[in-house]
Design a protein around this ligand. Structure first.
Ligand SMILES: C[S@@+](CC[C@H](N)C(=O)[O-])C[C@H]1O[C@@H](n2cnc3c(N)ncnc32)[C@H](O)[C@@H]1O
Length: 231
């Protein structure tokens, strides 16, 4: 990881969302655990967008400055990336981002309220190539249904991957979510400088000339979902 001297934890505290450990996934149902109160976390009632697996945090850094009226929550399973990105945010005085270290699959299910999120961003999720590791994939189990549940009507799910097979699998899983309507994904422009990319992985893969697969969905209301299904 490129060295950006990490600030002491006390200085990072304002952007770190430190929560008691989640109960095991087989434990209490989501209703038994209080979901997070976004206004208490961010100190305002602005819309909330989530990025899952933010890595070195380029998207959060760019998006939070471009959209100061949006609150961003980053969920990352690795503590080192949480602290690395927190340092970048604090050094730039960014106040509309919080970072939590968690497995996003459990976190969405157990801590995020239904229809409480304006967008979910998932950029270059780990493909976990080996079959015996597939259970570690983000898009597994009830994760697609949880994305559908937490998005508010009109909210968006944006997914980008460089892996064609994983792209097809994700597309298939999301096709089973009746409230998610596929839409044309945003296409990036020509980068003007080295930080003008969606994420670090996107920069690496575009520079290598690899194909990149983009997916976008809009969350329907339950009523429009039923109409679309003809029921
Ligand atoms: C391939 S990297 C992409 C990082 C960044 N999005 C980018 O495009 O540069 C995938 C990231 O997802 C994180 N990750 C993997 N599984 C996760 C999970 N279940 N919950 C949260 N983060 C996860 C990894 O630690 C890693 O930082």
């Amino acid at each position: 990881m490129r060295r950006e001297r990490r600030l002491p934890i006390e200085q990072l505290a304002p952007v770190l969302l430190e929560l008691p450990p989640l109960p095991p996934p087989t434990g209490p149902t989501p209703d038994a655990i209080p979901v997070l109160d976004w206004s208490a976390i961010f100190g305002n009632t602005r819309p909330v967008e989530i990025e899952i697996g933010f890595g070195k945090g380029l998207f959060l850094l760019t998006a939070s400055q471009a959209c100061p009226d949006i609150n961003f929550l980053g969920i990352e399973i690795l503590r080192k990336y949480q602290l690395f990105t927190a340092t970048r945010l604090v050094k730039r005085g960014i106040g509309n981002v919080r970072l939590v270290r968690a497995d996003a699959r459990d976190f969405l299910r157990q801590r995020v309220g239904s229809e409480s999120v304006q967008a979910i961003h998932i950029y270059f999720p780990d493909p976990w190539w080996k079959k015996r590791h597939w259970k570690r994939r983000l898009f597994s189990g009830d994760f697609p249904a949880q994305c559908e549940r937490v998005l508010r009507p009109g909210g968006r799910l944006l997914v980008v991957t460089d892996v064609e097979e994983y792209h097809r699998l994700i597309q298939g899983l999301l096709a089973e979510c009746p409230l998610l309507r596929p839409m044309p994904p945003p296409e990036p422009g020509q980068p003007q400088h080295d930080l003008d990319y969606l994420t670090n992985f996107e920069r690496k893969f575009r520079k290598e000339g690899r194909p990149i697969y983009r997916l976008a969905y809009e969350r329907r209301t339950a009523e429009t979902g039923r109409k679309a299904l003809g029921s």
